[in-house]
Write a protein that binds this ligand. Structure first.
Ligand code: IMP
Ligand code: MG
Length: 187
């Protein structure tokens, strides 16, 4: 792959001429942190049934890198909730739009989220998962804004503390754009 962090290389054609404020985490920083998280997760679970549940769509890129850094058997499924409209502020309601096929009872479940903002989405989803009787339930978030008041369970694995800005890239979108950026930028 060609170098991707390089602001020096001129405007990123992926942006289609739109401006970003700054690159907050470049591809190398993300790769290093994901590999550390993978090691932490590997060491944190006893042998058994680890099920990684990615929250769609924001976590897809993170999940696909993260699972390859976890050195133990596991399975992957996804959950989709809609909480944001097309803007940059929270809508407040959480709607399940895809429900995993996998049975969750008795499983060690690691929910993977792109970013914890108010924590509302995650709190609601954890409630739904908990009702299905997992053996354990933990969360791994790539980014944490550290302002969540709605979340009663701590996020066990955190990639980076996020600045109070709207971030895009590496899965995070603004109105469905920018998910494919290999870095995380503020807009
Ligand atoms: P919460 O329910 O307020 O914690 O919002 C969580 C969801 O909102 C995340 O899964 C993201 O999809 C979205 N979100 C929150 N902050 C940002 C951001 O800075 N950039 C892009 N999406 C965000
Ligand atoms: Mg999202």
């Amino acid at each position: 792959m060609p170098p991707v962090s390089g602001e020096a290389a001129g405007p990123d054609p992926r942006l289609g001429g739109r401006a970003i404020r700054r690159i907050v985490f470049d591809a190398d920083a993300i790769a290093r942190r994901v590999s550390e998280l993978g090691a932490e997760i590997t060491d944190s679970y006893p042998n058994g049934n680890l099920l990684v549940v990615g929250l769609l769509k924001g976590s897809v890129i993170f999940v696909s890198d993260l699972v390859r850094a976890i050195r133990r058997p596991l399975q992957i499924d996804f959950l989709a909730a809609a909480s944001y409209g097309t803007g940059t502020t929270s809508g407040g309601t959480v709607r399940l739009v895809y429900d995993p096929e996998t049975r969750l009872d008795g499983r060690d479940i690691l929910v993977v989220e792109d970013i914890v903002d108010s924590g509302r989405t995650l709190a609601r989803l954890l409630e739904i998962i908990r009702q299905r009787g997992p053996r354990s339930l933990a969360v791994c978030a790539l980014l944490h804004k550290r302002i969540a008041t709605a979340l009663h369970q701590p996020v066990r694995f955190v990639g980076f503390d996020a600045p109070p800005e709207f971030l895009v890239g590496y899965g995070l979108d603004h109105a469905e754009d920018y998910r494919h950026l290999p870095y995380i930028a503020s807009i």
